[in-house]
Design a protein around this ligand. Structure first.
Ligand code: B1M
Length: 233
């Protein structure tokens, strides 16, 4: 199978907002033995970005962008079970509160990140989209999460990430709770500027980042426990 050609057909299905074709192409890719994550990151994600570029240039209208997003969601429905079946471990059951920040309803990227994390052993508390900072704080307290993942796709909503990190700090949950951020307009420099613990540009790098953060949390907890035992002796 010519993967390049397949990704071209995937791009066409998304540009045309053809959910049935997108679903069928996802199945075709899986049947050809292509990694489901590669299908997402090399096929559907760049296709949606092209749709965004066309919309920005005025080459297509908002309803067409909505149809394109629906087509990708339909394909995700086919790919998700395979991603879950590929499951790995190593997260030690770490709990991660995940959400798209207030004012922002983009959720495809966040859902991909959530699916990957879940498949690799994380427990995900997905707060959805347009999430108020207070809800992140409440969910961390309720779930005992040690990790928070924030997604933003609009330059106008990126500053919400800073607000959420501040809210976690004010609630006394930082630096114990690690925060990772992502989304198309973000940069590593912006993540550093707002005091996040990491930035990831795509699903696979998000998985690696969260695995690193979970390991750091576990190491800190182990060091603290060892210190307590020493003090007690
Ligand atoms: Co919107 N939109 N949109 N949109 N949309 C963008 C983001 C835009 C860049 C398009 C453009 O102009 N080229 C533009 C933002 C411009 C800006 O802010 N500078 C834009 C705009 C303007 C808007 C509206 C304001 C349009 C309007 O109404 N006038 C509106 C906003 C509504 C709101 O949120 N309040 C809007 C609405 C929509 C739709 C509803 C039509 C739809 C969203 C559907 C949905 O999500 N349920 C939509 C879409 C589809 C897009 C584009 C075309 C594609 C986004 C996407 O899903 N990409 C987008 C163009 C673009 O991104 N270039 C665009 C695929 C997805 C897999 O990638 O989300 O980047 P992404 O996620 C990646 C990585 O970023 C990373 O991993 C993911 C997997 O690889 N990642 C993380 C993401 N989150 C992470 C979190 C992490 C780690 C990694 O850690 C926690």
């Amino acid at each position: 199978m010519d993967e390049g050609k397949l990704y071209g057909r995937i791009r066409d299905s998304v540009m045309q907002g053809d959910a049935a074709a997108a679903r069928a192409l996802a199945a075709e890719a899986l049947n050809a033995g292509i990694d489901p994550i590669a299908v997402l990151e090399k096929g559907f994600t760049p296709a949606l970005r092209s749709v965004g570029d066309c919309w920005e240039r005025g080459d297509l209208y908002l309803p067409e962008m909505i149809l394109a997003a629906e087509a990708v969601k339909a394909a995700l429905g086919v790919l998700k079970p395979r991603i879950r079946a590929r499951a790995g471990s190593g997260a030690g059951g770490a709990v991660c509160v995940l959400g798209t920040v207030k004012g922002d309803i983009h959720d495809i990227g966040k859902n991909i990140v959530g699916t990957l994390l879940e498949a690799f052993g994380f427990t995900i508390v997905d707060l959805g989209t347009d999430v108020d900072p207070g809800r992140f704080v409440g969910a961390v307290r309720e779930s005992g999460a040690s990790l928070v993942g924030l997604s933003a796709l609009l330059t106008s909503t990126m500053p919400q990430m800073n607000v959420i990190i501040e809210a976690l700090r004010e609630a006394g949950l930082r630096p114990g709770v690690r925060v990772a951020v992502g989304g198309a307009p973000l940069t590593p420099a912006y993540a550093a500027e707002i005091g996040a613990d990491g930035y990831a540009e795509d699903g696979i790098s998000a998985l690696r980042l969260f695995q690193k953060l979970a390991a750091a949390v576990a190491a800190t907890a182990a060091a603290r426990a060892a210190g307590e035992v020493r003090d007690a002796l």
